[in-house]
Design a protein around this ligand. Structure first.
Ligand code: GYE
Length: 305
């Protein structure tokens, strides 16, 4: 069997599109902010947005994409919950002649490719985000760093890459070691539960690296319940940079946060328009991420989502 190079489906230039947005879940501030940004921009431009919420299930998200194909939307914005299962959904849409733009998470690059299966990926460089956390810790730790890592959703691109970037950054450093890594599924209460268990098994921990704010906030609750002072006895490091975590940074309970901004609306629709106009779209469109430290948290608080 030979792989046949395929070309992307064309998108006609229209003033009004019916465009799908297949969201992965809606139970946290990051997702709520992202959905609002997409809805606001669609409304501003007068497009019809067909919104689905996979409620944390990759299987449901696959069927959400199926229903968008059946409804003959003009294009699909997809935030793939997991890298592998959603690669198949991308290919189905492509085969049905519907262009797909990936938002915020990627699909497995061995299974689907930008420029032939989907138009582009718009989002952060997750490896770089993880690396920045690792580098900050190497510079700012006090003595030996004994780390618990709360991983994001298993099989999701940000979980895979935030782990890789962080672990690469601290590799070979004798005074930095990871005591345990476990998934908290990017969720607050799961993060709290996992932290509670890992804390009992690893009482000497002095750093928590959470792959997102929600799990970091859950971990802070677990630390406080165990009589530890987050930000002091145990450093707390996170990625996302929502209002709540930046406030915790101001309060001294969090030490460092790399931003991952959820406001994709303007960039998503601009890319759709450029694509319809026949402009060359790069394989990846990387959002710039700021960082929050105790030095700038107060002044940046109002600009956090
Ligand atoms: O960091 C997390 C969300 O895919 C980049 O998913 C996104 C991540 C984000 O659940 O909070």
């Amino acid at each position: 069997v030979f792989a046949v190079a395929q070309s992307l489906p064309k998108l006609a230039q229209k003033t009004v599109y019916k465009v799908g947005f297949a969201q992965t879940e809606s139970n946290n501030p990051w997702r709520i902010a992202q959905t609002k940004s997409m809805q606001d921009e669609a409304k501003r431009l007068g497009h019809q947005l067909v919104y689905t919420d996979a409620a944390g299930s990759a299987a449901k998200q696959v069927s959400d994409v199926d229903s968008m194909i059946a409804q003959r939307v003009d294009a699909i914005f997809l935030a793939p919950r997991e890298e592998k299962p959603l690669a198949a959904a991308v290919k189905k849409a492509r085969a049905a002649g519907i262009p797909v733009i990936l938002l915020d998470r990627n699909v497995d690059q061995k299974l689907a490719k930008a420029g032939s299966d989907y138009v582009t990926f718009i989002g952060s460089d997750f490896i770089e985000e993880g690396r920045r956390v690792g580098n900050w810790l190497a510079k700012n730790k006090k003595g030996e760093a004994r780390i618990i890592q709360l991983l994001g959703t298993t099989g999701s691109s940000p979980a895979n890459d935030r782990r890789k970037g962080f672990e690469d950054a601290i590799k070979g450093k004798a005074d930095m070691r990871i005591l345990a890594s476990q998934t908290g599924d990017f969720a607050r209460d799961k993060g709290r539960q996992v932290m509670e268990t890992l804390l009992q098994a690893n009482p000497t921990v002095n750093v928590v690296y959470a792959h997102n704010d929600e799990m970091a906030i859950g971990a802070i609750a677990a630390l406080e319940a165990a009589g530890k002072k987050p930000g002091k006895d145990v450093m707390v490091l996170s990625i996302d940079g929502g209002r709540e975590i930046v406030k915790l940074l101001v309060d001294g309970k969090v030490n460092y946060v790399v931003e991952c901004n959820p406001k994709f609306g303007p960039k998503a629709f601009e890319t759709l328009k450029d694509y319809a106009a026949g402009k060359t779209i790069p394989a990846k469109i990387i959002n710039p991420d700021r960082e929050f430290t105790s030095a700038n948290a107060k002044s940046l608080l109002d600009s956090a989502y």
